[in-house]
Design a protein around this ligand. Sequence first.
Ligand code: AP5
Length: 227
Amino acid sequence: MDNATITRPTVLILLGPPGAGKGTQARMLEEDFGLVQLSTGDLLRAAVAAGTEAGQQAKAVMEAGGLVSDDIVLAILKDRMAEPDTARGVILDGFPRTAGQAEALDGLLDGAGMKVTSVISLEVDDAAMIARVAGRHTCAGCGEGYHDAFKLPATAGVCDRCGGTAFKRRADDNAETAGARLTAYHAQTAPLIAYYEGRGVLERIDAMDDIAAVRDSLSRIVQTVTR
Ligand code: AP5
């Protein structure tokens, strides 16, 4: 893909329920367009693993499938956005998730002379999402994502990207917690679709397609909105 299509600082938001493919597609957009993937889920999991105060507060909420408080999420995001590698643009994966986070993002971007370029809603069926989440695993070395049925390494047990042989599964990837995460998505995050539609920056794609087809749809949108 053509990295040169990005001509100005770009802020893409991937919206969608658990398992919609936000992380999978954000990593590919990162490769295709040279933008930086910024996943609040990954940042929070790193804080939990490091045992920071924010991580300790977030841990139980994440294990129950609820949303971590806006204060904690915004502090973590703000710190990450201040790093120099984000200057060319970011793909926000899993953020914003509440009206308060969306408003705070506008303020943060305003201060940096930026604005939201495009919000892409990954449209999927709830029923299929539990299966996607339950089959997910990632390479313990490089974080490349896989699925028991939909995306296996070319050589069984060996990561395509780094050759690692250890894989891990997330503590919140079980049917019960995934159900709670879907409920939180519909109650607190789905209303952002109408919010961004009203601002004229929303795009919708059918994310029930296979991974390659979704990648193509997303790339076409990114090429258009970044011109
Ligand atoms: P987070 O890490 O953001 O999880 P999530 O939103 O539940 O999303 P997932 O990571 O489960 O799904 P995804 O859409 O990235 O799917 P993926 O690409 O991996 O958040 C975790 C928790 O942190 C939250 O519950 C909350 O507690 C907290 N949190 C995070 N951000 C927060 C915020 N802003 N505010 C408050 N709290 C926050 O794909 C899933 C699987 O399906 C993979 O195995 C993949 O290979 C496969 N797959 C992907 N696409 C396809 C396809 N098209 N066809 C078939 N299989 C596919």
